[in-house]
Design a protein around this ligand. Sequence first.
Ligand code: N01
Length: 533
Amino acid sequence: MADATRLDALIVGAGFAGLYMLHKLRGMGFAARAVEAGSGVGGTWYWNRYPGARCDVESMFYCYQFDDGLSRDWEWTERYPAQPEILRYANHVADRFDLWPDISLNTRIVSAVHDEDAARWRVATDTGEAWLARYCIMATGCLSAANRPDFDGLDEFAGRVFHTGRWPHETVDFAGRRVGVVGTGSSAVQAIPEIAKEAAHVTVFQRTASYVVPANNRPLDPAEQADIKARYPELRAAARKTFGGFAVGIARQSALAVSEDECRETLARAWDEGGIGFLNAYRDFGFDEAANRRAQDFVRRKIRETVQDPETAAKLLPRHVIGCKRLSLGDDYYAAFNRPNVALVPLADDGIGRILPDGLTAGGTRFRFDDLVLATGFDAMTGALARIDIRGRGGIALAEAWEAGPRMYLGLMSNGFPNLFAITGPGSPSVLSNMMPTIEHHVEWIAECLGYLRGNGISGIEPSLDAQDAWVEHGNEVASKTLRYSCSSWYLGANVPGKPRVFMPYIGGMPSYMETCAAVAADGYRGFDLTPG
Ligand code: N01
């Protein structure tokens, strides 16, 4: 490590969090560098190139707000942006702000070890490079560590195996192929209809049926785009006051305060409008089981109406609380099961039996296919951090400190790991909110914090154990009042065997969260221990 390059801040990742963090810190005169495992920028949108990949937040609001020129100049083409367009946007940002000279691509961070004597982080890469940085900022993403189940026999499969979150850069040709797809979450919901258009046959292996509401995607009319841009300040300010920082707020009325017919009519309008705002049509879908059942029933009826074969429709009916797992958006998911070349196989409790060279067994039945698509999601929120050997004060490993679940103050920092920040870490609203403004909020908070430390001659910052414990307890308490604990979701780590069952994102809403973060900073970083020097 003798020849480690010195930096003020090393940023891990060059997705939307890493790009803005780099831009922000450079602008403040810090020596900063973003190190990225991929061969390009864009994070999630660099890796998730599966057919049909598209964001389910409207493009006009799934973009940075920090630069008026950028907001003005960039033109989106569709209501919901497709992956290639988002990736072009990320590249445009890197070009526009001349970020490339300070980004190392094709470089994976393998370890970050806190050197107490030097009060620096010693960071090592898989390319043999080494950095010595005062601050280490994890912009590693919430849904970036692919969850690749350890199926028996997977290595023996003779055909091609794809994970939706690690899709090849080259076009994958499914023409004439029989394809097995494992998983029916948001990625599968988008990929299955597209793969089915091309493949000879698609067999979908479903562990849990999904609620899917229409996106109602369409081209963006230039006049509509100009109008939204003209009203950006007011629309964005209004979005900041909503629970998730989305353009659509949550209604004030209870679903139980209206007749069943009226509730159905309201939901039908929300359904036709499309989008994840469906569950915002009434205020209590997330809290009240009886209210939630009305939304469940509505979607189940839509599934029965859409899917022609009653047996297949019955298998597609989800039984859990709607919104407990992340709601999926898709315009043609259920209809794809009307195609003669798509078959649905619900998995029994014993799941996938064994992968064979030419297919798999499940429930004692053998299924044959040429290609296997794992749409099995991510080791969410903690996976990307756990895959780096992070060691804090006294050599403690982050993996050990978080053995019983992630522990962060405000989702920004963890006790025992001074000067190590996470952007949208566990304990922050992150995946429950619109990631773009959420990322910007964290980047700006961290940048302001580093400016404060520099301006006040402070060399170290770390949350106190008390503040961290109180925040984690508060997060658990708020989550326990919602219906989110009632199913096995990735929010709870339930999709990864052995992962502790802890609700990871903060579910108290963006407005109160942002207020707390601002108050903590205004109060001289209340709850943090600051080291002078
Ligand atoms: O992953 P998922 P994803 N055997 O975890 C199944 C965002 N996103 O990549 O539900 C058999 O949701 C698993 O079954 P179960 C969005 O936040 C956004 O689809 O755990 N099956 C499930 O069906 C989303 O929520 C967009 O019982 C197994 C599926 O695989 C998040 O990313 C698009 C299994 C995984 O679903 C993750 O979505 C895509 C096993 N061993 C993603 N392990 C948009 O913006 C897992 N499964 C539109």
